[in-house]
Write a protein that binds this ligand. Structure first.
Ligand code: GPU
Length: 833
């Protein structure tokens, strides 16, 4: 236990104090020591980065003792452990978050002040690990925070990408990608574990033989072996002693492989093999949906899955023992299908390496895995060609065939003569080049399947996995996503956190978000409303300063409503619907310059997949519209448009606190959950949204009267599509809509170039797969209502307060507790702070 010190105690001098002491004196001493002994610097010559590193090591030291203790307790109690398998972790900066979770944010700040340090600048110095694309990766990071906070023993397994999600810069309005070099200056939060390393095999062939006991066995003779080395990052819970483990794998050449080649005198070959091995964990695929057929991507997935399952088996053999009880020790959650190959890998390791029979291995495997689905979009459902599998993972293909054979026998027995159903449910899609359906593998190999919001989970049962649901309805669940209030309120919006704490009279809400309900009683209090508004305006001011510097746009935080849409660029998320509204307001203002409208700043942020042409064109369109509007003195006192470059976790933390209005306008049925919607609303933004994903549940919680709803329901969308949707009719049936689209096509926003945006406008008029035109009118009307309400500050503030007060459900702590109870059957292992 760290000694409970007070500031009145004598200055820290002992070695122990400088490593663990939490007093201001200890922190100051430790900081100077770390600067000197780790960075080799003293104050006068330290760079900003040195100053950051010293802070990071000072904080890390204070986590390690708890980490070791957690590991000891988990081991001796043989605690059941969750293994979260995810190809992505979008972690965001660690320093501020760890300070908060350690409970030393304030004392550290005071220590910093006394050392004459610029605390803010030190926090800014941290390069975030962007090891994910968007919602799915950020969800994994929120869940790691909550697992530790609700005291569930957990290991997060993933890939230590050398290059995470690209940095986005905007040039001439276009997105330009720059490689993310987050490891350039070292990573103080990770601890390399060179001794924890596993071989991972690829290619070659299999041999079937009989072992000494005459049992049929299989051995895989690969033609390439690499090794995965563990890099561990401690994940501390808020206000508790529990520290969980994030274990990310780095790919390296195996020593023996390299050495063999070298002996033969093939020096070039040896170096080449090393490079080929290291390529596997080199870079994150920057797509929100799968890269069709990319061999390296499959290699990555198998790489981290194989290391992780081998590690789990090693841990089990070291602590508990017999493999029959593996599923009692571990439950493994598959974060979408990216790690679904784990089903075949655990089967292989149990049977081929540990001589377990098929039936026993299958029982263990099925009891170990659970699968979370994160999308219904057909293009985002992973399949791999059988040919690629055969070449890369021949043993796994055999196992998948056998799983499929046995599974389809069950289907046939259950549904006599229904061969169409058999074909639909098969793990192999036989139409148009045989492909393995990873979602089917994940479902068949798991004991539970869940969606990420109520609507999404229903649609899984009625559409995507209907046949599977009919066969085993008890295995289907919903766990609505959540986000961590530590990072997304306390760290990113300290002013709001302080105000909430003052009004509630406690800071318990940080771990018990439901207690924000106590704010409800004060929603009409003019004094609170005034302070609430001040907090919001201060955050808007901060954002305005940042955007002035980084986007060159001047926004007025005092008069303008900050209307923000921040998320990956995707047609289904409909950033272009937002743009059409901006153009409508622009045209109205041009027609009537005296229109007494509520001034608005339209702010966007988000990356486009580098190969997604339409998404990139949408970024260009936003910036093109911004250029015209921001430079038009007739309107720019009323409206401005800004595109925040490089929307990532760090920059997101600047946006959420500053939003008045949160845009959640996806076509109903397409956004599985959304999590940005929760972050905005938790920070007092009101939502304009469709009945999609978690929007539905947010509206339910905050009350329909405190949510701006528009647009078709998922059901209406389906009906309209069945009838044959004709965007052309909407285009011609709505004068204003036509004139907005025509204005884009006219070249007004493209210096007279009438071709630039044509792919976008034509696509809208003729295809419009995400029904922008069908929801346009409802969206405009809703936006007009929003302006009216914003003009009545007391009403708006009341709604804003009620939004925050009623967001308790969307803490990721609640999500994790639901997983623990309903899906994992796991109990907390409390450890005191
Ligand atoms: N999501 Br599948 C991703 O960010 N990436 C993916 O590859 C897939 C899903 C998102 C969903 O689009 C979003 O609606 C959801 O909130 C998030 O996963 C977390 O569940």
């Amino acid at each position: 236990e760290a000694p409970a010190e007070t500031e009145t105690e004598a200055p820290a001098t002992s070695h122990e104090h400088t490593r663990t002491g939490m007093s201001k004196a200890s922190l100051k001493q430790a900081y100077i020591d770390n600067l000197f002994y780790i960075q080799g610097r003293f104050r006068e010559v330290a760079t900003p980065h040195d100053l950051y590193m010293a802070a990071a090591f000072t904080v890390r030291d204070r986590m390690l003792e708890r980490w070791v203790k957690s590991a000891q307790v988990y081991k001796s109690s043989r605690a059941r452990t969750v293994c979260y398998l995810s190809a992505e972790y979008l972690l965001g900066p660690h320093l501020a978050n760890n300070l908060v979770n350690l409970g030393i944010a304030e004392v550290a700040q005071r220590a910093g002040e006394e050392l004459d340090l610029d605390f803010k600048a030190i926090l800014e110095e941290e390069e975030e690990p962007g090891l994910g694309n968007g919602g799915l990766g950020r969800l994994a990071a929120c869940y790691m925070d909550s697992l530790a906070t609700v005291q569930i023993p957990a290991i997060g397994y993933g890939i230590r990408y050398e290059f995470g999600i690209f940095d986005q810069i905007i040039e001439d309005g276009w997105q330009v990608e720059r490689s993310d070099t987050w490891l350039r200056n070292g990573n103080p939060w990770e601890i390399p574990r060179p001794k924890i390393s596993f071989p991972v095999m690829y290619g070659g062939h299999t041999e079937h033989y009989r072992d000494q006991a005459e049992r049929p066995r299989v051995r895989w003779i690969p033609d390439m072996v690499i090794s995965g080395v563990a890099y561990d990052t401690p994940v501390l819970g808020y206000g508790v002693g529990n520290v969980n483990l994030l274990r990310l794998w780095k790919a390296e050449a195996t020593e023996s492989f390299d050495f063999q080649t070298f002996n033969v005198g093939d020096y070039y070959g040896a170096v080449h093999a090393k490079i080929e091995a290291e390529t596997i964990s080199k870079v994150l695929y920057p797509n929100d949906d799968p890269e069709a057929g990319k061999e390296l991507r499959l290699k990555q997935q198998y790489f981290f899955v194989s290391c992780s399952i081998q590690d789990m088996i090693r841990l089990h053999l070291n602590t508990v023992g017999p493999l029959e009880t593996f599923h009692e020790k571990f439950v493994a959650q598959l974060n979408d299908t990216h790690p679904a190959i784990a089903v075949a890998e655990l089967m292989r390791l149990l049977m081929d390496d540990h001589a377990v029979t098929w039936d026993d291995a299958w029982a263990t495997t099925r009891a170990t895995f659970c699968y979370t689905n994160h999308t219904l979009l057909p293009e985002a459902l992973e399949t791999w060609s059988v040919a690629l599998f055969e070449r890369l993972l021949p043993r796994h293909l055999e196992i998948i065939y056998e799983i499929n054979r046995r599974f389809l026998d069950e289907v046939r027995v259950r549904y006599l003569g229904d061969e169409e159903r058999v074909a639909r449910m098969s793990l192999i899609d036989e139409a148009g080049g045989r492909r393995i359906r990873m979602a089917h593998l994940a479902v068949v190999g798991s004991r539970a399947v869940n969606g990420v919001a109520a609507l999404h989970s229903e649609l899984i049962k009625t559409t995507l996995l209907k046949d599977f649901y009919e066969m085993a309805p008890e295995r289907f669940h919903n766990v609505t996503n959540g986000v961590t209030p530590r990072r997304f309120i306390v760290v990113s919006n300290p002013r709001l956190a302080e105000l909430i704490t003052e009004v509630c009279g406690h800071d318990r809400w940080i771990r018990d978000l439901d207690s924000l309900r106590e704010l409800e009683a004060h929603a009409d209090d003019p004094k609170l409303q005034a302070r609430w508004r001040e907090v919001k305006t201060a955050a808007k001011r901060d954002l305005a300063v940042w955007l002035k510097r980084h986007a060159g746009v001047l926004l007025d935080p005092q008069t303008m409503m900050f209307d923000i849409q921040a998320k990956r660029l995707h047609e289904y998320k409909r950033q272009h619907l937002n743009v059409l509204h901006i153009i409508r307001v622009y045209q109205r203002l041009k027609q009537n310059p005296n229109l007494g409208m509520v001034p608005r700043a339209f702010i966007f942020g988000g990356k486009a997949a580098p190969g997604y042409y339409m998404a990139k064109l949408m970024i260009k369109l936003i910036n093109a519209v911004a250029e015209v509007i921001n430079n038009d003195p007739q309107v720019n006192g009323y409206i401005r448009v800004a595109f925040m470059p490089d929307f990532n976790v760090k920059n997101g933390q600047r946006l959420y606190p500053a939003a008045d209005l949160s845009e959640q306008i996806s076509l109903a049925g397409k956004e599985a959950s959304g999590t940005g919607n929760m972050k905005f609303s938790m920070n007092g933004a009101l939502t304009v949204g469709t009945l999609d994903g978690a929007n539905i549940e947010i509206r339910e919680e905050v009350g329909a009267e405190n949510f701006f709803l528009f647009g078709m329901t998922a059901e209406e969308v389906r009906r309209k599509q069945d009838e044959g949707y004709r965007p052309w009719d909407y285009y011609h049936g709505d004068q204003e809509l036509k004139s907005d689209i025509d204005l884009i096509a006219s070249g007004l926003f493209s210096h007279g170039d009438t071709n630039l945006f044509r792919p976008l406008t034509e696509h809208l008029i003729h295809q419009d797969p995400f029904m922008v035109l069908a929801d346009y009118r409802a969206y405009l009307e809703c936006q007009d209502r929003i302006s009216t309400v914003y003009d009545r500050p007391a009403e708006w503030d009341r709604m804003s307060i009620l939004n925050v007060a009623r967001m308790g459900k969307f803490s990721s702590d609640r999500s994790i507790r639901e997983y623990a109870e309903r899906i994992w059957s796991i109990e907390p292992q409390p450890l005191g702070a």
